[in-house]
Structures are given as C-alpha cells and as structure tokens.
Design a protein. Structure first.
Length: 475
C-alpha cells in the first residue's frame, strides 16, 4: 500500500459549547506533499510533518470547527462533522477490530459488516465521538515480519543468550506496523467513518502483539521483545494519538511518556483512558507513572462529574483464580496463562485490582463522580455492576467490531463462572448481567455500543450482529 493515501483520520482534542478542537491525520507516499485542509468558517490549516519512514510520511492538521453545521474540505472532498453538543451526547464505542490470523483473508463485506452498520447509524443520526477501546489492529503477525524476529519468539522463552534487534529487524517491524495501520484504516466503511467522526483511542495487547506484558519478562525485556514494543509504540503514538513518539498526547496523564494514558474534556463529561499496557508486567497492570497520572486525572475532575473510563481490559468480571489454579494440573491450559494474566481478576493482580476499585469507590462516593467503565477485549458483549455505598458503578463491554464471536458454549461456560460471584471489596459484590432483553450473561455476537446522554440522563444500548438493537440501559 506504499502508493495509497490513508485518511483523513479525525481525532478529538477538546470540545466546548461553541466549537470543537480537532486534529486530522493523513498518511501519504513519502514524496507527495499534503493539500491544505479548509475548515468551514476558518483559515486553511497547514499540515505538520510527524514522521517520515517506511516509504511514507505521516502528517497532522490542527484546526477548529464551529458547533453548527460544521464541515471541512481536504483535497476535493467535503466532510460533515457533528460538533453541536447542545442536545446531548451521541457516542459510539468499538473494540477488537480484527482477528489473530488471516484478518484480511475474509471478504471485505463480512469482515466489516458492523462497520457498515455503524456507518448507517452515522448517516441516520451523526455521532459526535467514536471511542476505540483497544486492539484497533491485530499485529500478531509481526512475529513473521523477519526471520530473526520469528526465531526470537522461541528463543525468548528459553535460557541462553538472546540475539540483538538489528537494523534490518527494526526496519521490518516498523514497516509491518505502519502497513498494518494503513490497511486497517483503508477499509471502506472504517475510512468513511474515521474521516467524519472524531475518535479517541487507547491501545491494548494486540496493538503490540498478543499478550504483551503478560508473557515472561525474559521475552518482554529481551532485545527483540523491547524492539517490537518500541516500534509498536511509535506507530500507536503517530496513528492513534496523532503525536510524535517523543511528544506527550493532548491531555496526557504522564508527561514523561512512560505511560500513554490521556484525558479529554467534553461538554458535560470527561473521557479518561489509563494505559494498561506500556508498564504492564506479569505481576502488575500499571506502573508508578500510570498510577500517578490516573489518580491525578480523576482527582482533578469536579465533584459530580460524569466520567467515561476506558479500561481496555474489563475491570469487573468473574472469578478466575480457580481456572489459574488448574494451569499446573492441565498442561493444555498453559497456552492460556498469558490470557488469564491479562485480566484484572488474575490472582497475580488481585491487590492492584482491589486498589483500582477502591479508588473508584472513593471518587464515586466522597466526590460524587458518576463513573461508567467501558471495556472490550473479550470478544463478547456483557455488562456488570459493583454495588458501592451510593449506588451501582456500571461496566459496559462491547467486543468485537470485527473479531469473530467465540462459540456459544464458551459464552455459556463464562456465564456459569460468573454466577459463582466475586467480591474483591468487602461487602461490595460484583454482579454480571445479561444485556437488556437478553438471557445469557455473555452474548456471543459481534457488536458495538451506543451511548446517549442529556444532562444527568444517560443511556446505553448494544447493536448485535444477528439480533439487532438490545433494549436500553439507564446508566
């Protein structure tokens, strides 16, 4: 796709009652100059070069649109953008945009069926915001991008010296990640939506490679594992956050860049996305920088503020300790050890998970903040609650927009596990529930989530590939 033009990819920066501050990304062949971007009612925006590598250049435009009949022109195309929040919020949430193997071997219409459905919703009533909750691309084939990288995958699990991450391997990984983003963003319905709906994105493991942070530290911190992370981080900064790799993203929770979480304030609510991958290790989810920034972000929000909290991995889920205890008894389960360690509920993270939920209880109780957790990752749709002193804290899970749904038996087995109950905070049991109008706790259909809010009245519903819209849930 070296000669392809990718974009515009519209990113939300901030919105106010009278205007919206936006960025637009454009990926062009290296020798091609970007056209001006002309926002309606404003001066033309000049492109800023973010990076030039792997035969392409990544450009960014920064501009503002008014909160009424807003449009911008790039090249020969006009793009309408919903920037008026006066009648409330209309938001979509997606996650898991791909699959581990053969992602692009599927027919385009099948792979992108829900993106096409989301486009129909956009044409009927435009969304002001599109939230991406992780796994925006499935980068697992990066291990096949160079023979040395493929060899290191097996070497990293054994004792003995590890091969260096040489320049040829780095170039191959860099090209792979950039090509992968370009191919994902070039999918027709996805491209149409990304050009018209401002996005906010946070990454998860598949944006690096499957299970990043939950594998043995020898693999993560070896030359090849670290090199792949650095290239994935560069691509994430450029093509999901819209910043240079040495820049902090707008609303950064950690100015040092050790953690890439962010906060975005919008009319009547704030979106907060802690980074659950950059500092992850088998025995932790967030490091000191991530925790410090996350706590400061919520503490800086006003009392009573509506907060949408993106936790790429669900923070409320079934008890997993029994399953983890079986790993040593059933050899086949060892292949799933990193998947279990990915979860907040893993016994290896229980103390940190309890600290996370205790902090949310503090913010919701003492500060009156109305927090809703939004998550993906599990390739199923479900919802959960934890009963706090002043009412329930809701978690809404929507996954995946393109990943195939797992078997119904898998969803049923998880549902049975969920019925066993879990209570990491004393006297605050977690309960998992079916989607409105459904029976099983987990729904094994591809899906996306819609949020609608006006004042204190916020509601959510899911679109299911086979069943259509669920009932509405008040949050």
């Amino acid at each position: 796709m070296t000669d392809s033009i990718i974009g515009p990819i519209l990113l939300a920066r901030r919105a106010e009652a009278d205007s919206a501050l936006l960025a637009a990304l454009l990926v062009l062949p290296e020798e091609r100059e970007p056209p001006p971007l002309c926002p309606e009612g404003g001066d033309a925006a000049t492109a800023v070069e973010l990076a030039r590598y792997a035969g392409r250049t990544v450009w960014r435009y920064d501009f503002r649109l008014p909160a009424a009949a807003a449009r911008y022109r790039l090249g020969e195309t006009d793009y309408a953008v919903a920037t008026d929040w006066s009648e409330g919020a209309h938001i979509a949430f997606v996650s898991c945009n791909g699959r581990e193997d053969g992602d692009f071997d599927r027919p385009e219409a099948e792979r992108n069926a829900l993106w096409n459905r989301l486009r129909q919703e956009q044409e009927r009533r435009p969304f002001q915001l599109l939230l991406h909750g992780g796994d925006q691309l499935y980068a697992d084939p990066v291990w096949q991008s160079h023979p040395g990288i493929a060899a290191a995958r097996h070497e990293g699990r054994r004792s003995g010296p590890q091969q260096p991450f040489d320049e040829a391997m780095r170039a191959a990984a860099a090209r792979f990640y950039l090509d992968r983003y370009c191919r994902v963003y070039a999918q027709p319905a996805t491209a149409w939506l990304l050009a018209r709906v401002p996005s906010l994105m946070i990454w998860d493991d598949h944006d690096i490679f499957d299970g990043w942070g939950s594998h043995p530290e020898r693999l993560l911190d070896g030359p090849v594992g670290r090199g792949l992370f650095e290239e994935a981080r560069r691509a994430f900064c450029l093509l999901q956050l819209g910043v240079r790799p040495d820049e902090a993203p707008p609303g950064a929770l950690d100015e040092s860049g050790s953690s890439l979480g962010w906060r975005c304030r919008l009319p009547g609510f704030t979106v907060v996305a802690p980074d659950l991958r950059s500092e992850r290790r088998p025995d932790r989810v967030m490091g000191s920088a991530g925790w410090r920034g996350f706590r400061a972000a919520l503490e800086a929000e006003p009392d009573g503020r509506r907060i949408l909290l993106l936790s790429s991995v669900p923070a409320l889920g079934p008890r997993l300790s029994w399953v983890e205890a079986c790993i040593g008894l059933v050899p086949k389960l060892r292949d799933y050890e990193d998947d279990l360690r990915d979860q907040w509920q893993s016994r290896h993270h229980r103390e940190e998970w309890t600290r996370f939920l205790s902090f949310l209880e503090q913010q919701a109780g003492a500060r009156g903040q109305r927090i809703t957790l939004l998550s993906g990752e599990i390739h199923l749709a479900t919802r959960a609650e934890i009963r706090l002193r002043d009412g329930p804290l809701h978690q809404l899970v929507a996954s995946g927009i393109a990943h195939p749904a797992p078997p119904q038996a898998y969803a049923a087995a998880l549902g049975l596990l969920a019925r066993l109950g879990e209570s990491p905070l004393p006297g605050r049991p977690i309960s998992l529930h079916p989607l409105p109008g459904r029976r099983g706790i987990y729904t094994a259909q591809r899906n996306f989530l819609r949020l609608r809010g006006e004042g204190e009245d916020w509601r959510a519903d899911w679109y299911l590939e086979e069943s259509g819209w669920t009932g509405t849930l008040a949050i």
